[in-house]
Write a protein that binds this ligand. Structure first.
Ligand code: ADP
Ligand code: MG
Length: 817
């Protein structure tokens, strides 16, 4: 493929005539030059020309920000290059930019170009063999696009050149020097290279351990750049195994600049990756289509995408690097916002929801019958919910509230409203134990206001509340098949008003007659994608998602931007402060002694087993062993029970019931069984290997106790706490408030770990930090603004954006399923 130089020449001449005002082409010269360069580079193979070409920096010319004088020089540089090209080509009778050096037959070249896109596998890149590709695959890099987005985790600042006389011990320094002499030597028995290099201010010794081959490359009088830490040896400065690079006619990539450090895997060497990345960026970055609308970019002052990508790898300086990061982070947050907003749009607009009527008298009767008065926060949230439920669009609401803040009661009112309107309601919990507990709680509350008909373990009816008997069913995995089928049939017939179960309710073949409201407990195990599963079943029910994990507002807006937010920020009166202490390994016995004393005065305790990383089976086995150790060696005279994820539900249920009714003194449990269990007489929570849990999770454990009148305690045993774990334990020691803890957790761990973005079915965030509230808010407001104008992204100027959005979200959807 050859490139016609004429159009570019004309443009540049026009630019010259217009006084370098960047007005020769619409949209500015940057984009034009970048595009042109991208095409041209394909056909230049003459090394000299290539060098000159690279030095012009056309892939990322930054023309807009140059001074008039600099623009003039750049234009002149390009025009000179064009002349040179024509001159050379003229000799061959062609006025085109075709390479002088040998090249493959035209046919193959063209074909290669046609077949390549930035979504091609990385093996299309010259120099990437399939074995190299395998190594990159291990790092999650499969396509050229992945490679362009394979950003360094940091940069070394070798940008400040020093003279040898200015070197300081212990500093990272960069010098440019002449090689006086280089030779192979033995250092510590290993073949190494030693060189003496000098500049006009002095000489310095440089050694490279274990690398004798360098001696041959560093010929006397070669100019080299050396970047690395300066140490002192026998009273003299020396560079030990620094980065080095010959001063040639091309850009520096290992030294003398901000040098990228890439994540590596076995068999990938830093210099190799840097060199490769530089080539890939020069060759491909310009091909990335910038999907942000121009007007948005200008308003938010964002870099062009190709420029941002290349600057994120090989930044000219810290300032541009920061700008590049902002652009790329903005993209992530913006696409995430657009994604959640479009899910909300699909949710609310695809099918009309069922709007309920108020049914005030029924609901009031229920609330009046409660053994307590609702807190102000509960009342406020209830109002928000009931208002949503009376609207024609399906509700999407996230209800946050501490453990024990009384979310279940509020949800029950909403379920009752659905039933009173002739719809079905479903309540889904992450585990069967929790589903059973919800079932028990709700039945108990209903029995205060309705007359409980004769029922079975999984099914109760209440008369006197609605015109028809209100039927509540528990549908979980291990009830017998016949009963299960019967229940499912009755759900399908619309015979059952409220169904309580696990998330399997929506995942496996349960068909509803008229599902009007779905309540989902514990959001962090229930992603956006699962919500969509409901709709795919043909329902657009109102959805209420409940979580006891306090989510910092920024995170909530990002991850759950599709949900409206309600917060119960108040605990029922009389809740006590739980005394929290973290203990050192040596204090294990005193913890056990404390549990003994509590048991002697009739109190119960939880013991959370050490966390075993591997499978649930291994976790279960470890729990059994720990349970046996505790029952035989530590608490032989007490009654212990065991809970782990591998037990059949009936067994779990039995143990839970025995603990709740006081037949057991101690409940030993795996961390899996963390959520929601309510036992007022339990006063001690002992968490083993507490240093392995996050703050929010520890807070969840702590929430298991303190449900009754008695002073309660949370003891955190740390085996071998790292610095971070120690900080965490200190914080939980001091802070009781879940939201405050969540903010801290986010700071300490970052959002991925805090909340598993993967788990939630959302695209990964690499550049964006959720602590960057300002950028997050900008991304959100821009997404909302765009949505107001063009909700379906149908406008032509949004077509690239729509494509990118689909690409990013499709990937994360696929990862989820
Ligand atoms: P959550 O689901 O938010 O953890 P629950 O709804 O399970 O909390 O409520 C925890 C306990 O507090 C339950 O025993 C419940 O009956 C009780 N409760 C709920 N609301 C109130 C209130 N306003 N006053 C007193 N107790 C309440
Ligand atoms: Mg709960």
């Amino acid at each position: 493929m050859s490139i016609d130089v004429e159009p570019l020449r004309k443009i540049l001449e026009l630019e010259h005539k217009k006084g370098y005002a960047d007005s020769a082409v619409i949209g500015g010269l940057d984009r034009f030059l970048c595009n042109w360069a991208g095409q041209a580079i394909e056909s230049i193979t003459n090394p000299q020309l290539l060098n000159r070409f690279h030095k012009l920096h056309l892939v990322n010319p930054n023309y807009a920000s140059l001074t008039k004088q600099q623009r003039k020089e750049l234009v002149k540089g390009v025009l000179d290059l064009l002349t040179e090209v024509e001159h050379r080509e003229g000799e061959k009778g062609e006025a085109k930019l075709t390479p002088v050096a040998s090249r493959p037959p035209p046919g193959t070249r063209v074909q290669r170009v046609v077949n390549q896109s930035i979504d091609s596998p990385i093996t299309v890149i010259r120099g990437i063999s399939s074995s190299l590709a395998t190594k990159f695959n291990k790092l999650g890099v499969k396509t050229v696009r992945n490679l362009l987005y394979f950003f360094p985790h940091r940069h070394l600042d070798y940008s400040q050149r020093k003279f040898i006389s200015q070197l300081a011990e212990g500093e990272e320094e960069t010098i440019i020097a002449n090689v006086w002499q280089a030779q192979e030597i033995r250092l510590g028995g290993r073949r190494s290279t030693e060189a003496i290099v000098g500049d006009e201010t002095g000489n310095v010794r440089v050694v490279w351990f274990n690398n004798p081959y360098l001696a041959k490359k560093l010929l006397t009088n070669t100019r080299v750049v050396i970047s690395g830490r300066v140490s002192l040896f026998n009273g003299r400065y020396v560079f030990e195994s620094p980065e080095w690079e010959l001063v040639e006619d091309r850009e520096l990539i290992h030294t003398g600049r901000l040098v990228p450090l890439y994540p590596l895997t076995q068999g990938l060497r830093p210099r190799q990756v840097r060199k490769l990345m530089k080539e890939v960026i020069d060759r491909w970055a310009w091909q990335v289509e910038d999907f942000l609308p121009l007007e948005l970019k200008e308003r938010c002052n964002l870099l062009e995408l190709p420029q941002a990508i290349s600057q994120a790898h090989y930044p000219e300086n810290e300032a541009v690097k920061a700008q590049a990061r902002v652009r790329l982070a903005f993209d992530e947050l913006f696409l995430l916002q657009l994604g959640v907003l479009s899910k909300k749009r699909d949710w609310q607009e695809s099918q009309p929801g069922s709007h309920f009527s108020a049914k005030t008298s029924v609901l009031e009767a229920f609330v009046k019958s409660l053994p307590f008065a609702l807190t102000t926060a509960q009342q406020r949230v209830l109002k928000e919910l009931l208002a949503d439920l009376q609207k024609p669009q399906p509700m999407c609401r996230l209800l946050q509230g501490e453990v024990g803040s009384g979310k279940t009661v509020v949800a029950t009112v909403a379920l009752l409203m659905a039933a009173a309107n002739g719809y079905q309601g479903a309540l889904m919990a992450p585990t069967e134990i929790l589903a059973e507990q919800h079932f028990a709680t709700i039945c108990q509350l209903l029995s205060r206001v309705g007359h409980q008909e004769e029922g079975e373990d999984y099914l109760y009816s209440y008369s006197g509340l609605l015109p028809h008997p209100l039927t509540v069913a528990l549908l979980i995995g291990d009830i017998n098949q016949v009963r299960k089928q019967e229940l499912q049939q009755r759900i399908l017939d619309g015979d059952i008003d409220i169904v309580i179960g696990t998330h399997a309710l929506i995942q496996k073949g349960v068909e509803f007659h008229r599902l009007g409201l779905a309540v989902v407990d514990e959001q962090h195990r229930f992603g956006v994608t699962q919500r969509s599963a409901l709709r795919q079943k043909g329902f657009s029910p109102h959805v209420l998602v409940m979580t006891a994990t306090p989510i910092p507002r920024t995170l909530a807006l990002t991850l759950y931007g599709d949900l409206d937010l309600s917060v119960i920020d108040q605990l029922p009166p009389g809740r006590q402060v739980i005394k929290t202490k973290w203990l050192k390994p040596g204090q294990r016995d005193s913890a056990y002694a404390f549990i003994h004393r509590q048991a002697a005065s009739g109190r119960q305790s939880f013991i959370i087993c050490p966390l075993v990383e591997e499978s649930e089976t291994i976790q279960a086995r470890a729990a059994v062993a720990e349970y046996e150790r505790l029952s035989q060696e530590v608490f032989p005279e007490l009654r212990l029970g065991l809970l782990h994820g591998r037990m059949p539900t009936v067994e779990k249920d039995k143990v839970m019931r025995r603990f709740r009714s006081g037949e057991l003194d101690i409940l030993v449990s795996t961390p899996v069984v963390e959520v929601g269990i309510d036992v007022p007489n339990a006063t001690v929570m002992l968490v083993d290997s507490a240093d392995r849990f996050g703050l929010s999770q520890l807070h969840q454990f702590r929430g298991r106790v303190g449900r009754g009148e008695e002073q309660s305690y949370c003891m955190l045993l740390a085996q071998n706490p790292s610095e971070v774990a120690r900080q965490r334990l200190d914080i939980i020691d001091k802070i009781q408030d879940g939201f405050e803890l969540a903010e801290e957790d986010l700071k300490l761990r970052g959002p991925g770990e805090f909340f598993g973005t993967r788990q939630s079915g959302l695209p990964d965030l690499r550049m964006a930090k959720l602590s960057d509230v300002a950028l997050l808010e900008l991304a959100r407001s821009e997404a909302l603004r765009l949505f107001e104008k063009d909700k379906t992204l149908e406008a032509p100027e949004h077509s690239l954006l729509a494509k990118e959005l689909a690409r990013v979200w499709q990937q994360s959807d696929a990862e989820w399923s």
